[in-house]
Every structure is written in C-alpha cells, then in structure tokens.
Design a protein around this ligand. Sequence first.
Ligand SMILES: Cc1cc2nc3c(=O)[nH]c(=O)nc-3n(C[C@H](O)[C@H](O)[C@H](O)COP(=O)(O)OP(=O)(O)OC[C@H]3O[C@@H](n4cnc5c(N)ncnc54)[C@H](O)[C@@H]3O)c2cc1C
Length: 389
Amino acid sequence: MDIELFRQEARQWLTAHFTDEIRRAPEDSDERRQWLRQLADKGWICPNWPKEYGGAGLGFREHIALMQEFGAAGVALPYDNGGQSRNMIGPTLLEYGTDEQKAKHLPPIARGEVQWCQGYSEPGSGSDLASLSTRAVLDGDHYVINGQKIWTSGAHLSNWIYVLVRTDPKASKHEGISMVLVDMNQPGVTVKPIRLISGTSPFCETFFDDAVADSVVGELNRGWTIGKRLLQHERSGIAGMGAGGASAARPAGPPRYHLAELAKRYSGSADDGRVRDPVLRDTLIQHRLNEKSYQLTLNRTREENESGETLGFATSIFKAVGANLGKATAELTVQVIGSAGTGWEGNGFSEQEIGAMRNWLGSRASSIAGGTNEVQLNIIAKRVLGLPD
Ligand SMILES: Cc1cc2nc3c(=O)[nH]c(=O)nc-3n(C[C@H](O)[C@H](O)[C@H](O)COP(=O)(O)OP(=O)(O)OC[C@H]3O[C@@H](n4cnc5c(N)ncnc54)[C@H](O)[C@@H]3O)c2cc1C
C-alpha cells in the first residue's frame, strides 16, 4: 500500500476518533475505555501482529508511519508496564509459542486487557542471570515452581508473569533453564512491593511457593535462548529502535525538548539570540550532534532492516549508546536549569523543574535495566566483534 495514502487515512481516522474530549479524559474513564476498544477493533494496539491474534497485519513501513501519526496526535495506548506485554512477551510468543499459547495469550494483549511482568532477576542472579535458582519440577501434567524473583517491575499491577526457571539442575548453567508462563492470580504467587525513597514502588519481590505454571515456552531446557531473545526485544525498546520509537526518530518532527530554549530562559541569551554562555553553548551543540547521529544511525538501521525484525546482538550497541545518551540529556537538562533543577517537591519549583530532577534520577536506571552497560559491552565484545571469551 502507498505509505502516504496510508498515513493520510490513519490521520483522518485519528482526527475523527481521538477527539479532544478523549484526550482530556482521565485514564480510568468510560471515554478512554471506549477509545481503547475502538483502537483494538482496528487492530492498532499491536498493529504489526497478524490479524488472527488481534493485530492489523501491518508491514514495517506502515507500522512506522502509524506510530509517527500516533506520536503527532499524542495517542493514548493502554498502560503496558514498560512494553512488557506488547513489545516483549508478545513478540517472543509469536516467535516461539505454540498455536495454543498464541491463541490464548496474544488476543488479550492486543486488546489491552492484560498486564504482564518479567520474572528474571533473583537476589543472587542479576548480570549473571544464568546462575538463577528458582526451580520448576514436573508434577503430573504441570510444572510446580518454588523460588524468588526480585526487581519485578509492575508485578503488583500484573495478571501474568513470564519466568525463567531451572528445570534441569544437573545440566550446565545455561542449559537447564526454561521459560514458563504463570498466572499470578493463584495462592502460590506472592508479590511484595519494594518501597523506594520516593515513596513509590515500581519494583516488587515475587515469591513462588508451589505455584503452578500454565505452560512452557518453546522447548524444555532451551529457555536461555528464548530468554535472551526476549531481552533483545526489551533492549530494542529501551533504545527506541522499534517502530514504537519511530516518533522520536522522525526526521522532520518537532523536537522532543528544547534544551537551548531552556538554557536561554535560565541563563540568558546573547544579543544575536544564541545561548549566552559560550561553554554551555558548545556543550549543547555537541550533545545535539550526538543525538542527531544516534537518530540517523537508528533510521539507517531500520531502513536496512526491511523485515522489521528486532535485530540480534547488535541491539546491545544501541541499548548501551542510547542509555548513555538519555542519561546525558537528563543531566544536561538539570545543569541548564541550575539550582532550580534540584527540587524534589514544593511550591518553590515549577512542575517542569521537578520533572527534570525526577527524570534525571530515573535516567540512572536506563544503563542497569535490561542488562547493565558493562554486560552490553561484554556482549558486543563477544558476539558482535568476536573477541575471545
Ligand atoms: C528500572 C529497572 C527495572 C528492572 N526491571 C526488572 C524486571 O522487571 N524484571 C527483572 O527480572 N529484573 C528487572 N531489573 C533488574 C535488572 O535486570 C538488574 O538490575 C540488572 O540485570 C543488574 O543486575 P544486579 O542488579 O543484580 O547487579 P549486579 O549483577 O550485581 O551488578 C553489579 C555491578 O557489577 C557489574 N558487573 C556484573 N557482572 C559483570 C561482568 N561480567 N563484567 C563487567 N561488569 C559486571 C554490573 O555492570 C554492575 O555495575 C530491573 C532493573 C532496573 C534498574
């Protein structure tokens, strides 16, 4: 289909259906629920998934164009716990799931009716994930799980969890692992939110005490390969590589933030309208160049990768560089705002100033979540550059 025609039709549909009333409605309102039903009926919550699983069967270019239109219209999609359902377990099941698993689990995701979370990390197994010790043992026709996960983002809000478990304790550490799907609404699963210094809790500890698994994804004891593939989807999402990041990489769109404008507001403009402080000006220009080259490299990689498949080990390059860039943006924003950028709460700070500080603190996590930057560098060294182990 002609992309420009598709883009126009999408824009018209969004103008007609994503009205100001819906845009302004609270997330938990009938208007928003009605909107999400309409979006799901179009197959546009997971637009690139096959129609039989609730998607719209869009090709990669149409998908990118649609995401750009969503970005421009500020479209509200269902809450997805950092992409866990649509962008992580969904594509993994499309690749490795049985027909039965796909038919059971994909349509509720494509309708925004279910929330998934990730049970990978354990108190003693983070970067060295393959040392995990949560066990699953076959009992009759189902696996029974015992053990503990940690840093489970959004577990307290989730219905389902995909879990890496040890199914063959005698095999070498990478070979005895399987990925299982677990319904969280059962007595064997306990979720304890971890309260952070801010008072909120994006993380939980998740305990399994004789919890029953719904099913195993892919082959038994091949979970390491499947778990790593899911991490590539996660890293691709964090790096803004998928179509979901298309609005950020749009060549002609409005910039996401105006660091130079902020700098002029907080530390003044020169007579010629430029940022007054020459050192700060130089830093901002260098940062903008870094951002631009990252976006252009992302765009080029997308174009070269016509299939739209998430890349393999090369996602680690984008994840590591993207995390550093995101941290640098957050840091520069606080620097530009100056002492007003140190506020946590209170009337003395504007919403934007408080947002800048919280964003800076939050940005520190981007080089830890989904595998630390050091781990990404190890993967690049071994799997991309082929250096010795
Ligand atoms: C925002 C956020 C969300 C998260 N969400 C989830 C989630 O939903 N589900 C989940 O399962 N986990 C989640 N995690 C956990 C995350 O995957 C781990 O924090 C991460 O893998 C690092 O593990 P660790 O915290 O145990 O650190 P460690 O593995 O103990 O690492 C400590 C330090 O040692 C370094 N290090 C370790 N090994 C090596 C090595 N071989 N070479 C060089 N350096 C090394 C690390 O880079 C790091 O700096 C989340 C983390 C964050 C920050």
